[in-house]
Design a protein around this ligand. Structure first.
Ligand SMILES: *Cc1c(COP(=O)(O)O)cnc(C)c1O
Length: 476
């Protein structure tokens, strides 16, 4: 198309103001406001101009685009006014998936959050005395109750923004200007650029590495202790394993050494389960109670990993050390808001009532493979007659994720699906582009759906989404 023709096509396009004066558009402006509609009109006109520039629109194409402007603006506006953060269906079988928001909240947590956040609250107000109170009291009493049986002295707890903040705050409060002894096998990096040596540097404490990558003995810690030592740090290997020729002192040995030399022991536990994971068939994954029972002085863990609550970092331990942590000015900068306290308090109350199934992440972990199989069969039955799809139910494993050992997996039954005319990657992409998006695994040329992490009320949506994709790709 000659250049002159293009400029003639551009001239035919209305201006943004002209678009805004169209009857359909003025209705829209009344509802959604001038600024948003003008922005949408600008975006749509910009796209038409790009099409002309690329030579993809001729004279009649431009006429068609102009006649379709009101609808295009409305569509653009609807898209722009949709939140970007939205619900997805997690069919990956990874229960605590950091990219998918980790633990879904319990219904009771949402109710409490809504009630507390939609009105004023006693966040920092002592109702009985009518004076200023402390925001920590709401959850501290619950943690103390949950840990009452673990330790001879009462356990204190403070809550900050996330576990990375908890580790930073713990190190800064207990070891600033001094040395912290850590095994070389525990200088870990957790996803999202949390690295122990870097957090240590930011805390103002000095890292004193001991041992080797695969073997560290209690004597290594003992030799490294000097008048500069402030803390012995144990870091849970959340996302990797060291196997083979390995050695690591027991937590109790580290505690004993600390006691003997008058140096506190802090443990970054990461996931921080509040239930005994052996009860769901996962062994070798220590819980917060195990650490406190071993007399670790301070334990740090996340609120949204195995605890199953909101994002938070929790420091539990000996009263005088937690008091030092609480009086650190950095605590004020890292503290959490009423939304977090509300969600955490309701989640902890479920633990106190031993109503573990009220916590979605725990409910999913406890789901037996037969139950997952039953639901997979029900989905399969709905789709068996759909052309183009082929479905099979296989043995597989769900992954705990979120800083539980990589080997922490649970037996599951997976729905393996292929769709004629689509590669597994294309099929998975279609599932993600659905409403709501479905995130699945792709393995060996098929899409694998693990219903362990799908809420039962979402099974129907999964079936419908698969059906919709297959109907766009009929087998003949
Ligand atoms: C997950 C994890 C962290 C980081 O916790 P966030 O709550 O994501 O900040 C730190 N240390 C360990 C060992 C972890 O597993």
């Amino acid at each position: 198309m000659p250049v002159a023709d293009k400029s003639e096509l551009y001239r035919r396009l209305p201006s943004v103001d002209e678009v805004l004066r169209l009857q359909q558009i003025t209705d829209l402006t009344e509802r959604e406001g001038h600024a948003a509609v003008a922005e949408a009109a600008r975006a749509v006109l910009g796209r038409v101009r790009e099409e002309i520039a690329a030579g993809r629109l001729n004279s009649s194409g431009v006429e068609l685009a102009i006649s379709g402007l009101p609808e295009a603006v409305e569509r653009q506006l609807r898209q722009a006014l949709q939140p970007s953060l939205r619900s997805v269906i997690n069919a990956s079988g990874v229960v605590l998936h950091t990219n998918l928001g980790r633990a879904p909240l319990a219904a009771a947590a949402l109710d409490h959050l809504r009630e507390v956040a939609s009105t004023y609250s006693n966040l920092e107000f002592d109702i009985a005395k009518g004076e200023r109170g402390k925001r920590d009291v709401h959850v501290e009493r619950l943690f103390a109750q949950l840990f009452a049986a673990c330790a001879p002295e009462p356990i204190s707890t403070v809550v900050v923004n996330n576990n990375a903040a908890a580790v930073l705050l713990g190190l800064n409060s207990l070891a600033e200007g001094g040395e912290v002894v850590v095994s070389r096998g525990e200088l870990v990096e957790i996803g999202g650029s949390f690295r122990i040596p870097e957090v240590m540097a930011k805390s103002g404490a000095f890292l004193r590495e001991v041992g080797t990558t695969n073997r560290t003995r209690i004597a290594d810690y003992s030799r490294a202790i000097s008048e500069k030592t402030r803390l012995l740090l144990r870091v849970h290997r959340s996302n990797f394993q060291i196997t083979g020729f390995t050695e690591q002192p027991a937590l109790s040995e580290l505690v004993e050494l600390g006691r003997k030399r008058g140096i506190p022991v802090m443990e970054d536990l990461g996931s921080g389960a509040l239930i005994d994971l052996r009860s769901v068939g996962i062994s070798g994954e220590p819980g917060v109670a195990d650490s406190l029972r071993a007399r670790v002085d301070v334990v740090t863990y996340s609120g949204d990993k195995l605890l199953g609550g909101p994002q938070a970092g929790i420091l539990s331990g000996r009263r005088e050390l937690v008091a030092r942590i609480r009086s650190n000015p950095l605590f004020r900068a890292l503290r959490v808001d009423k939304l977090t306290y509300a969600a955490l308090e309701a989640t902890l109350l479920a633990y106190i009532r031993q109503d573990h199934d009220a916590i979605p992440a725990l409910r999913m972990l406890r789901l037996p493979a037969q139950e997952i199989e039953r639901r997979a069969q029900a989905v399969k039955q709905k789709l068996d007659k759909a052309g183009g799809l082929s479905l099979e139910i296989l043995d597989g494993r769900s992954v705990v994720g979120g800083g539980a050992a990589p080997a922490a997996t649970l037996p599951s039954r997976l729905l393996a699906v292929t769709c004629e005319g689509l590669s597994a990657d294309e099929f998975a992409a279609r599932l993600r582009s659905g409403e709501p998006p479905i995130v699945a695994r792709v393995e060996e040329g098929r899409v694998l759906l693990d219903l362990r992490t799908v809420f039962p009320e979402q099974d129907e949506l999964v079936a419908r989404s698969l059906l919709a994709i297959s109907s766009k790709h009929p087998s003949t």
